[in-house]
Design a protein around this ligand. Structure first.
Ligand SMILES: [Mg+2]
Length: 269
């Protein structure tokens, strides 16, 4: 696999291009080089608490990078796209924040937060406004309605200043031990984000590469979508993990600077 033949670069953000508010050396040069050769960089994140517009602002303010909303695919946006494709005109029962419910309705989807035995699908999203009453309603829906059950992302926890707070995966685990039902997750490692980016920008699987620092989410996502992958060793995964993982990346590189160097070297061959 020649990295220079790739056109659609799907990047994880944290641990891959940056750590918190600090970009890794080489990230900026890499993104510039991709654009200069007519490629597109897209950023995939399982964090559904920020909108695409929030990310555009954050990239400008924190990293000084100019981006467009379509360059960001969150587990929220990929779920909206999936529901629009498969459940338009049908009833969707939803456990989510008021703003996410409003976003789904703005796309023309029929969403209810009330008990609805005839619902065509059940969706659980990250919900920072969750209440016991909402959990009881979701439990009743999962036991009285056998419609397909989806959730935005499998992450169990998200970082907080003092450590971690529960993420969507933890809410789903609580519902799983209560009702016995497990959702189909639409965020990484499901392939939907890759398909969504390919549809938006019109590139083939051969032209697409997923770049990330986690084997069981980023690299698994690329493998599930049938595209090449590059693992960067500047985040979670270490070289030793490659010996035991079932998710084998196509390429392994130290960091964004190494990927950038690879792009330049290949061009001269
Ligand atoms: Mg990461």
């Amino acid at each position: 696999m020649q990295i220079s033949e790739k056109k659609l670069f799907l990047f994880d953000i944290d641990g891959t291009l940056a750590l918190g508010d600090t970009m890794f050396p080489g990230s900026r040069e890499l993104l510039d080089a991709i654009r200069a050769k007519g490629g597109v960089s897209v950023f995939l994140t399982n964090n559904s608490t920020r909108s695409r517009e929030d990310y555009v602002r954050r990239f400008a303010e924190v990293f000084g990078l100019e981006t467009r909303p379509e360059q960001f695919i969150t587990s929220g946006t990929v779920t909206t796209a999936f529901l629009t494709e498969h459940f338009l005109g049908k009833w969707i029962y939803c456990l989510a924040t008021a703003s996410y419910v409003a976003e789904l309705r703005a796309k023309g989807l029929q969403v209810t937060e009330e008990i609805c035995p005839d619902a065509d699908c059940i969706l659980v999203a990250y919900d920072s406004e969750i209440t016991y009453e909402k959990l009881c309603r979701a439990s009743e829906m999962l036991q009285t309605c056998d419609a397909p059950y989806y959730a935005t992302n499998p992450d169990l926890r998200c970082p907080a200043p003092f450590g971690f707070i529960p993420d969507c995966g933890s809410i789903c685990e609580m519902l799983q031990v209560t009702t016995g039902r497990t959702p189909i997750y639409l965020g990484k490692p499901a392939p939907e984000m890759v398909f969504c980016a390919q549809r938006t920008f019109g590139f083939s699987s051969e032209e697409t590469i997923v770049v990330g620092d986690r084997l069981y989410t980023d690299i698994a996502c690329g493998i599930n979508a049938g595209v090449d992958t590059a693992l960067l060793l500047c985040g979670e995964a270490a070289r030793a993990d490659l010996e035991t993982t079932q998710y084998r990346p196509t390429r392994v590189l130290a960091d964004p600077a190494a990927l950038y160097a690879e792009l330049l070297t290949e061009k001269m061959v």
